[in-house]
Design a protein around this ligand. Structure first.
Ligand code: DAH
Length: 338
């Protein structure tokens, strides 16, 4: 055994490591599982008891020696390899163009809408996508048997917990949190149980707005939305209001804008009416104010809600709603990243 240990010692001393590949060869020959050191440890098991201690010490010593040699060589050649890599870089070459992602079209529109309302003093707010019946329906004056509460429209999770069907639920969260004046803009994702097609999806995005203060009137609502449309679509776009119904506003209206494609003359997009429906709005129903402990004698307010997908479709001439959600790079990369 002693002779074998001495041979091993001579072997590691004589092994010359002058290239990076030899570091690995050294490890394979002596230190790996199938290497010589392992063989010696196997043989050591059979050494007679009287010399076991002496042989054991010798074995550990040369093991340490082999490991040190390998570690030192490894450190040295790692440094050398890095030096070579650095010197191979030609810093005078022009750099490769880096690819920057682009913003999603829905986010571009959402940001634009928020920015316009920010200028009018509307602050940004958010609410949860999983809502209870109170915030999504009851506090917004939805009668108990209103069809919107139906399973057909709403994704219920359990009991009265559901995925919110509109961002109007955030209005309630704001009213219960703070006292008027309240002036906020609230974007978010909403969910409805719809079959997926070019014109409908089971989730989409809305922006909600609310303004509550003393003496807020329908004229304020009209002027605010008029300003908004002019900022978003330009000065030439006309608006009109049609009477409508929402449980949470009274009176309620739907707002149309003159068709962007035919300037109101009539085309396929506006179904030859010259108008495009763009949002719902109205004066907040006194029942909603009362449900949220706001004195309807003292305060009044308006609210509005719009779909982002629809606005982006009009602005970017997108024909199929599904393209927003397919994550197709060819579609997404067309939009400017801001
Ligand atoms: N929540 C309505 C919807 O999802 C949109 C809406 C209409 C919001 C009128 C409002 C409003 O705040 O006043 O269709």
């Amino acid at each position: 055994m002693k002779a074998e240990l001495e041979d091993f010692n001579k072997g590691i001393e004589a092994f010359e490591i002058s290239r990076a590949e030899e570091v690995e060869l050294f490890r394979l020959k002596y230190l790996s599982k199938k290497g010589e050191l392992n063989d010696l440890f196997e043989k050591f098991k059979l050494v007679p008891l009287n010399v076991k201690k002496e042989m054991g010490q010798l074995l550990n010593l040369i093991k340490q020696k082999a490991e040190n040699k390998w570690q030192e060589a490894k450190a040295e050649f790692d440094i050398k390899t890095n030096e070579i890599k650095i010197s191979e870089i030609d810093s005078s070459l022009p750099s490769e163009l880096s690819y920057t992602g682009s913003r999603h079209p829905l986010k571009i529109i959402e940001n634009e809408v928020i920015e316009i309302f920010n200028k009018l003093g509307f602050v940004y707010s958010e609410g949860p996508e999983i809502e209870d019946d109170w915030h999504n329906f009851s506090a917004l004056n939805f009668p108990a048997n209103h069809p919107a509460r139906d399973m057909q429209d709403t994704f219920f999770i359990n009991g009265d917990i559901a995925l919110r069907t509109h961002t109007s639920s955030v209005q309630v969260r704001l009213m219960e949190k703070g006292k008027p004046p309240i002036r906020a803009i609230m974007p978010g994702r909403v969910y409805r149980n719809e079959a997926i097609s070019a014109r409908a999806n089971c989730f989409f995005h809305q922006v909600e707005g609310i303004y509550i203060d003393k003496r807020v009137s329908f004229a304020d609502l009209k002027q605010t939305l008029f300003y908004f449309i002019n900022e978003l679509f330009g000065k030439d776009v006309k608006i009109r209001f049609r009477p409508s119904y929402f449980p949470f506003t009274e009176p309620s209206a739907e707002m149309d804008i003159s068709c962007l494609l035919c300037s109101g003359k009539g085309c396929n997009v506006c179904k030859h009416t010259g108008w495009l429906e763009i949002l719902g709005c109205g004066m907040i129903d006194p029942n909603v104010l009362a449900s949220n402990k706001i004195d309807a004698e003292e305060y009044s307010g308006f609210a509005f809600g719009m779909g982002i997908e629809r606005i982006a479709m009009l602005k970017f001439d997108i024909k199929d709603l599904r393209t927003y959600f397919n994550n197709d790079i060819r579609f997404l990369s067309q939009f400017e990243s801001l």
